[in-house]
Ligand binder design. Sequence first.
Ligand code: S3P
Length: 433
Amino acid sequence: MSERYTVRPASGPLRASVRVPADKSIAHRVALLAAWAEGSSELIDFPHSRDPRSTLASLAALGVPIEETRPGQIRVQGVGLRGFRLHGQRLWCGNSATTMRLLAGMLIGQRGEVWLDGDESLRRRPMERLAAPLRRMGGSVQTRDGLPPIYIQGTARLKGGGFRMEVPSAQVKSALLLAGLLAEGETTVLEPIPTRDHTERLLGLEPVQTPEGWLLRLVGGTIRPQPDRYQIPGDPSAAAFWAVAAALIPGSQIELLEVGLNPTRTAFLEVLRRVGAEVEVVCERWLGREPVGRICVRAAGLHPFRIDAPESALLIDELPVLAVLASQAQGESWITGARELRVKESDRIRAMTEGLRRMGARVEELEDGWVFEGPARLRGAEVSSCADHRVAMALAIAGLLAEGETVIEGAEWVEISYPGFWQTLARFQAMSS
Ligand code: S3P
């Protein structure tokens, strides 16, 4: 049943320190690699978010022993590179495209057959972009007109190949690298536009810069994931909601603690600086090959801004909340080169246009983004999350700025990446009133 959450406007500056949930992207990857190791791994600070939990459940259904030894601490008894049990079962990936796509890359080189399926939203996500290159590696993959469910008949005779990422996608890139570990010979992936690089870091791969983009190369059989102790940093994409709120509300200062600072994830901080916010970043330590530290954002200006194609790829999950920022900047702001937003958990271009328009934003919808004329006075309204976690949270940040109450329909979707979001928001509201 759809839940509603009422957001009241912030009546004063937001001043707080916040810890956000552990990074969803990294959580999927460490769980998957731990399952492929031979031996026992510990995942520390594993998030309660539903998407990474879908990965754990799918691994368990593939015969990987997984135990939550205490809340947020997971022990994975790895079964080795070819140890998954495929017997025609249907793996439930829920709302998580990362689970589905990365697992497809790992399953294609195992023996047996398996289905990957998910909820209504996941059943609308494009899968041919992954199925086609996996077929070129010799895999047998079927989709339903390019959409899930995916049927895989694994093969022990996968061959490496050379791939160029026409659509920037860290999920497809990662799936091809993982399939490449099981393939014979060399697999290369060329990214003309870079995307988040957690998989490469975990596998110890260094990209080479070429005139056509970043090139990754691996040879099947030469990399074997080892059992390890993985601690997962805070999620910068979750931190972005509060960072934008801090930039928007005069007098605010929000400190975000223990956040991942991987440069392929922190491009939103550059946008905040361009807008005029004061942003301070302190790298405090490394968790494996991921830098972690503190981010402090202070409101100090709201200049209009432009984001286009190469930058959009590194901001893909932050664009809904950056759209809220654009609605308040003083002048015309453009966000373009983000057509991929149309095939996320919802059509995020449409969802944010509808929600923000209802609240009074002046926005024009483009095929690949938006143009905003700011600053628009927002007023509370009833808006829909469109069953999309990031839309729910972005509209909630807009609600902090609006006059009157904003009701977010489908508020429960925040659980996909940020359980506790509404509690943190309530804490801010109590503080500012
Ligand atoms: C992710 C990659 C991105 C991103 C998603 C997580 C990942 O998707 O939007 O939230 O963990 O690799 P695409 O690969 O489809 O761009």
